[in-house]
Design a protein around this ligand. Sequence first.
Ligand SMILES: Cc1ncc(COP(=O)(O)O)c(C=O)c1O
Length: 356
Amino acid sequence: MLHNFNAGPSILPQEVFEQAGKAVINFNQTGLSILEIGHRTPLFEPVMEEARMLVKELMQLDKDHEVLFLHGGATTQFMQVPMNLLDENEIAAYTETGTWAGKAIKEAKFFGHVEIAGSSKENNYTNIPEALSVTPTAQYLHITTNETIAGTQWHQLPYDCGVPLVADMSSDILSRQLDFNRFDIIYAGAQKNMGAAGVNLVVVNKNILGKTKRNIPTILDYRNHIKEASMLNTPPVFAIYVVLLTLRWLKAKGGVAVMEKRNNEKAKLFYDTLDALPIFSGPVAKKDRSKMNAVFVMEDKELEKEFLTLCTQEGMIGVKGHRSVGGFRVSMYNALKIESVKALTDLMKDFANKKG
Ligand SMILES: Cc1ncc(COP(=O)(O)O)c(C=O)c1O
């Protein structure tokens, strides 16, 4: 049996793979593949509609928050957000928490002034900054709710920062209950908790749009996507279908609250084991540990190699740390079963017993 700890694209529910596979051959008993139907047809339109409605329902969004499925990955949102919200002479506040926040900051600088409201750079991104300093005239504050590489996660959200709140939730979307209506933009690449690569979820509070003086190219203006119900051009139909299947699965399991409970159990099992075994250590401040991506190391780099080989032999996929950090990273997204975390922690215990 394989245990898939990949960071993204990553594990999805088995049912989703099976249903998506069937739809490639014969979509909804139509005799046609999902890959060969037009997007503006009575076959696909309900897919888009149901996916958008399910996001609204699962995130309990109010009527001001619009749901879009866009192309280009979360990386496109790094520039689309400031292009829509920030003029050249204006300030946007960003938190600097790791690789992904850094990429968002870099793109925002093309459009206006970036103020660093809080940073953990000095600590090598092993924590979430505690006190933020946000200029009241900033157009928005941007946070990365979960840093997929550094293995940190915001557990206290800065809802009261005094300016519109924008979040990159690529690696923890729908994994826990948050007050989603208090964010003005949420974006997330689908390929971790939500579906297949190739589509982005973007949730926008429509009231914050239309304030910039900049001319925005048609395809990059959120207002055009809202007007066209996320069908401004050909959407990534198959990726959206996989998102729909994943959302249906999530709802059938009991929704975000149930995902949060399961994710808490998995993270507790993992981190309790890590803390009990001195041979392993986690660089991240305990209070800021990510429940999605746990990073850990061993002092002895030869032992690290040995443990990695053992993981491969035992069918543990994607355990190697990101190349920029080293060590190990295990991603425990919604679809990962606790049995996989149990198998990994048992392996860690056995290894520590033999080597300790
Ligand atoms: C937190 C975070 N933001 C953004 C991205 C970039 O996403 P994409 O590759 O979809 O552009 C990733 C990718 O792993 C991520 O983890």
